[in-house]
Design a protein around this ligand. Structure first.
Ligand code: NOJ
Ligand code: CA
Length: 507
């Protein structure tokens, strides 16, 4: 077991840096804020952090529009601050993943400024430029994200052609068919790998290979028709080869395809590996319902296991409503969901603030800033119960609900809190090979309940989750190691699960 790599055994914690913690009083979180709160992460027991983009950016999409892949935006700090943070994380056994955004740059990236300057510029072909269709409209019917119905093409008056952008017009798509683009992009990976970064979350990686001849009304939410699968997989093999120049590094690709059956293919095969890990987003959009969870788990195993792909599990991120909100708002469900997330077979990803049971902020119209309507899940993390919640100035977004009770300081002092539950779950997961690498098998369970067993050699854990609002009895024996509501831990399990209850049982 000991040779199992850290990205399979570990737990990754996503930080949206703008919303984590602010140290210089401009209302926007920064690298200093992450540095200042490392004790929270160590106390929680995570293995790695993934930082959403911290590169220089005009912030049209809050950092997912990169103007320089090899530096840090001043709003977050400096390259030295990042080196210092990474050094400190490594001292505390925390790996650091950056968020690489290869599908598009900012329209202010020097590559695009050059490409736009003239049809003859050597960088022109680094982006997708086309003449219009015969009727004078855009070259094909592809749609951009964020503004329903808007074309994925913008007309450039100066050079009289259209350019492609699957997201905002400020995010032109890069032409990955051009070998010079690939070489330049791989150098940006090496820049960070040389500095000791442990790997990358890779933005919308399934979109890289494109076939512009396929003329459907495709958008990034339904990207099937834009694919050139062969090209995408070739790029992923090349990216893997760059990562493999360095020991112990990893990738997790954002493959935004909502059918788990399509995810396994993005890991490649033994002789031609691609991603180390891929996101699998059906569970991030799913309901609190036993049958649908069972189907998603089965579909995930069916797509991953035959190709030796190690699954990932995600309930929330910076793009979608938080799962507590999505599951109806009750803390009991958020607690049971934590047991679910941290005991499945695969690498779990936590989104900062879920360990506090945060819900989405209600953001009034005059404070909305995101073109994609995602402000609610990006609300700042409340650190204290003081009126400023540990933020030296009014943050860029309003706090989530209940911040005076639901903040790190208050919850850390309460051993019955949801934060204490996350800490226990992470500690138990780390100590139990069954939970972090073991095999998975279903147990017979009554309607509305899921039960499974995880096994590694002699180590075994049973997990029971009641998705219903009524008590349920299950045929289990052993000692309650973790209970979502804290009840009965260390005692013999009586087989009764209360409403929305969940337990980890040691036989
Ligand atoms: C996915 C990212 O998670 C999202 O925040 C971003 O807007 C798009 N990719 C475009 O980069
Ligand atoms: Ca700041």
């Amino acid at each position: 077991m000991s040779e199992t790599p850290w990205w399979k055994t570990g737990v990754v914690y996503q930080i949206y840096p703008r919303s984590f913690a602010d140290t210089n009083g401009d209302g926007v979180g920064d690298l200093g804020g992450i540095h200042a709160h490392l004790d929270h992460l160590v106390g929680l027991g995570i293995d790695a952090v993934w930082l959403s983009p911290i590169f220089p950016s005009p912030m049209a999409d809050f950092g997912y529009d990169v103007a320089d892949y090899c530096d840090v935006d001043p709003v977050f700090g400096t390259l030295d601050d990042l080196d210092a943070l990474v050094g400190r994380c490594h001292e505390r056994d925390i790996k650091v993943l950056l968020d690489w955004v290869p599908n598009h740059t900012s329209d202010r990236h020097p590559w695009f400024i050059a490409a736009r300057s003239s049809r003859d510029d050597p960088r022109r072909d680094w982006y997708w430029w086309r003449d219009g269709s015969p009727d004078g409209g855009p070259p094909n019917r592809w749609k951009a994200a964020f503004s329903p119905g808007a074309p994925a093409w913008t007309w450039d008056d100066a050079t009289a052609q259209w350019y492609l952008h699957m997201f905002l017009p400020e995010q032109p798509d890069v032409n990955w068919a051009n070998p010079d683009v690939r070489a330049a992009m791989y150098d940006t990976l090496r820049f960070w790998l040389d500095r000791g970064i442990d790997g990358f979350r890779i933005d919308v990686v399934h979109l890289l290979g494109k076939n512009l001849e396929i003329d459907h009304a495709a958008s990034p939410d339904d990207p099937e028709p834009v694919h050139d699968y062969a090209a995408t997989h070739e790029i992923l093999r090349e990216v893997r080869a760059v990562l493999d120049e360095y020991p112990e590094r990893t990738t997790v690709g954002e493959v935004y395809l909502l059918d788990p059956a399509r995810i396994g293919a993005y890991y490649g095969v033994v002789d031609a590996p691609e991603l180390h890990l891929s996101f699998n987003f059906a569970p991030m959009l799913g309901r609190w319902d036993a049958a649908s969870w069972r189907a998603m788990i089965d579909a995930t195993h069916a797509s991953h296991d035959p190709v030796g792909a190690w699954p990932t599990w995600v309930l929330s991120n910076h793009d979608k409503p938080r799962h507590r909100t999505r599951f109806g708002g009750s803390e009991a469900r958020a607690r049971a969901a934590a047991v679910l997330l941290l005991t499945l077979r695969g690498t779990p990803f936590l989104y900062a603030g879920e360990e506090l049971g945060l819900e989405d902020a209600v953001v009034p119209a005059e404070r909305r800033v995101d073109p994609g309507g995602r402000d609610g899940c990006r609300a700042p993390v409340p650190w204290t119960d003081a009126p400023d919640h540990g933020w030296p100035a009014e943050p860029w977004l309003p706090f989530p609900p209940d911040a005076s009770a639901r903040n790190v300081e208050v919850l850390a002092a309460d051993e019955r809190s949801i934060l204490a539950l996350y800490r226990r779950l992470l500690a138990v997961r780390r100590a139990s090979p069954a939970l972090h690498v073991g095999a998975f098998a279903w147990l017979d369970a009554p309607d509305g309940v899921l039960g499974w067993v995880r096994t590694a050699g002699a180590d075994e854990r049973q997990v029971w989750i009641n998705f219903t609002g009524e008590p349920r009895s299950v045929p289990a024996g052993g000692t309650v190691e973790v209970a979502a509501n804290g009840a009965g831990e260390g005692s013999t399990f009586d087989g009764v699960l209360g409403p929305d209850a969940a337990v980890v049982v040691q036989p």
